[in-house]
Design a binder for this molecule. Structure first.
Ligand SMILES: Nc1ncnc2c1ncn2[C@@H]1O[C@H](COP(=O)(O)OP(=O)(O)OP(=O)(O)O)[C@@H](O)[C@H]1O
Length: 658
């Protein structure tokens, strides 16, 4: 929350003075407005949803601040009022919320404040590069554009706001065409009044019945009264538009799926229909009501978010307290929802939230319930060999949030075993579970070969690279299944978790010795004599590898790196990306004596020729195969060019001779 720099009554700070006048919107806002104003978006009515939601947020914030500062208390009949004026062609939305200072008007309405809008704007920039404007109106619906939606229906917007605790009000005015102005204004009470001067083609939003319908549709669950002020027979009348009952307090049977979905969209600021809904009342030592949602789509900015904390909201006796109570562990941060309890005082402070055993009990119970639900969904999806209606939705859910859930395997000792029950992994085997190349750990264990005592895995950047990795060849040839892991946390959790069903996790980058336990297929082709080649390569690669030796674990590749005793390349890359200093390690270079390239080199060395350049190229090749950046790509390119030229020269020579 921005700081209130409200001056003492009558005084004006220098920053406020600097804020007044006419200013240009930030470039991002300019682009956004351009789209909003010109969009043919059919659901223009969402502007009202956005403005009423902002008003309700501001009132929530004021109520929360007033818990610790009585001077900020809301008036007895705090409400959001909507006043359509058909003559003046204005629609006014007024609230008793926290209000904004001059600086806040400039920073909140002149630049893009909210992350959703920022992501929207980034997407827009992308689309504009490709001139994909035809789709752009859909984007408005998909993301919501907050306050700026006002410009879909208004050609001038005037905001008059007075910050609670301040005597001075300010106005913010704009026609949405590049600039806005801020000037001192009058408002008898703290709060915000937004006046929309409606566009000629948007005057239907001045019809009181239409306004009433829109509020019913989008904002019925808002817990503050939303009222309509209208002229009836020349008299000003106020009538309530929303029920204002907290949805979660109603019996489950009385809530329609649409109401649930709309409430979910309201609290999560997402636009999908939830994948799963949990609504229950807990009684016992701690009584609470919870309404939680598992999203069906990953929010577009989810992976870029700085905070890993759950944003599920805590209410006390139907009053919003905070979204920072960390009601769920970080690995469940995608869960959205509300928990309401009578067992905390309304004026609960932040310190108290940290320490109270009531909240600790709620957290435990809520987390347990979500974990049990995930276990149930996972089990149901696997029923009938994965051929059931739930399987596809579960897979999609896992593809969206599995990478976050797996953080729990790393950091949540209490729930690790639960997560391991439903977690899904890609593997080298197409599984009998019917989950399209995914497996559970239990499924893997069932398929383990005789003599196999470990769960093998390989970590890399993407599935294609992993499937082509030479590290896999020996395991594939022997029919041993390997889990293919591509999420950042995959480099960490297997070691922390240690084992599943008493079977240790083992990275195949460190498990070549295990290959001896499994029957090897008959090798094809003769092995090249390495008596001279090995010492020649060792001399050429002195200091770059710790040893060179032959291997029978390769079937297709000429070389492979062996990282015994050091972090594998995926881990080294991850550590480097996270800014850690990774010492260059010297791996063992293993060569495949049956590969035509090694055979040709062996011949070359036997004939007394120099193979230094080939040795260097072989080592670079081994790194490239594993998707690792080369220390000297320009050198590699030069070397390869020279070797290719030589090769072509020789072939051309032979052809001419022939
Ligand atoms: N009626 C209001 N009272 C007080 N502040 C407001 C009001 N309307 C908007 N604001 C301020 O302007 C900011 C920008 O509003 P906008 O609707 O663009 O995004 P947002 O509401 O922050 O998004 P989100 O709903 O995701 O939090 C808000 O965060 C809030 O600080």
């Amino acid at each position: 929350m921005a700081q209130d720099n409200a001056p003492a009554p009558g005084a004006e700070t220098s920053t406020q003075a600097a804020t007044k006048g006419t200013h240009a919107f930030s470039a991002e806002v300019g682009r956004l407005l351009d789209l909003v104003v010109h969009s043919l978006y059919s659901d223009r009515e969402i502007f009202l949803r956005e403005l009423v939601a902002n008003a309700a947020d501001a009132m929530d914030k004021r109520r929360f601040e007033s818990l610790t500062d009585k001077a900020l208390a809301l008036p007895a009949k705090a409400a959001i009022t909507l006043t359509p004026d058909e003559k003046a062609k204005t629609l006014t939305i007024a609230d008793d919320g926290l209000g904004m200072s001059a600086e806040e008007l400039a920073s909140h309405l002149g630049t893009i404040a909210r992350s959703g809008t920022r992501a929207f704007s980034a997407k827009l920039a992308d689309d504009q590069k490709g001139n994909a404007t035809a789709d752009s109106p859909n984007l408005v619906g998909q993301f919501g554009v907050g306050f700026y939606a006002a410009f879909m229906v208004a050609d001038r917007v005037e905001v008059v706001s007075r910050r609670t605790g301040s005597e001075q009000a300010f106005s913010w005015t704009s026609d949405g065409k590049g600039t806005y102005s801020i000037a001192p204004a009058k408002r008898s009470q703290p709060g915000t009044t937004i006046t929309l001067h409606m566009k000629a083609d948007a005057t239907d939003f001045l019809n009181p019945a239409r306004v009433g319908d829109i509020v019913k549709k989008w904002a019925d669950h808002i817990s503050w009264p939303v009222e309509l002020v209208e002229d009836v027979d020349g008299k000003r009348q106020t009538r309530p538009l929303n029920e204002g009952t907290a949805l979660w307090a109603r019996p489950k049977e009385d809530v329609t799926p649409e109401e649930y979905a709309e409430f979910y969209r309201h609290i999560s600021k997402q636009f999908d229909t939830p994948y799963d809904i949990l609504h229950w009342q807990a009684e016992g030592t701690t009584a609470f009501t919870a309404l939680l949602f598992l999203p069906s789509m990953r929010p577009f900015d989810f992976l870029d978010r700085q905070s890993r904390e759950s944003q599920s909201q805590l209410y006390v006796r139907r009053m919003f307290i905070t979204a920072d109570a960390q009601l769920l562990p970080a690995w469940l941060r995608f869960v959205q929802g509300v928990v309401d309890t009578d067992d905390l005082p309304l004026n609960v402070s932040r310190e108290m939230l940290q320490a109270t055993p009531v909240l600790a009990r709620i957290r435990k119970a809520v987390t347990r319930r979500v974990v049990n639900e995930l276990k149930k969904l996972g089990r149901n999806a696997l029923a009938n060999g994965g051929k059931n209606e739930g399987a596809e939705a579960w897979l999609e859910f896992w593809e969206n949030f599995g990478l976050v859930i797996k953080e729990g395997l790393w950091e949540d000792a209490l729930h690790r075993a639960d997560i391991a029950e439903f977690a899904l992994f890609r593997s080298t085997h197409s599984t009998s579970e019917g989950l399209e190349g995914w497996t559970t750990l239990a499924g893997y264990v069932q398929r383990m070969k005789s003599g196999q005592d470990a769960i093998y895995y390989l970590v890399g950047d993407n599935q294609d690279a992993l499937r082509a990795s030479p590290q896999l060849e020996g395991f594939k040839a022997r029919g041993v299944e390997v889990l293919l892991l591509t999420d950042p946390v995959d480099s960490f959790w297997p070691e922390r978790m240690g084992s599943y069903d008493s079977k240790p996790f083992r990275s195949i980058a460190h498990a070549h010795a295990d290959l001896e336990r499994f029957e090897a297929p008959k090798p094809t082709g003769d092995a090249a004599p390495l008596g001279k080649l090995l010492p020649a390569l060792t001399k050429a690669l002195c200091g770059k590898v710790s040893a060179i030796r032959d291997t029978d674990r390769l079937t297709d590749s000429a070389v492979v790196l062996n990282h015994e005793g050091t972090p594998d390349l995926a881990m080294q890359r991850l550590l480097r990306r996270s800014g850690q200093n990774v010492h260059a390690t010297s791996p063992v270079l293993e060569i495949n004596p049956r590969h035509p390239l090694i055979q040709a080199l062996a011949k070359k060395v036997e004939s007394g020729a120099d193979v230094d350049d080939y040795a260097k190229a072989l080592l670079d090749l081994a790194y490239v195969q594993e998707g690792d950046p080369l220390p000297d790509p320009a050198g590699f390119a030069r070397l390869l060019t020279a070797l290719l030229a030589q090769g072509i020269d020789n072939t051309a020579g032979k052809n001419t001779a022939g």
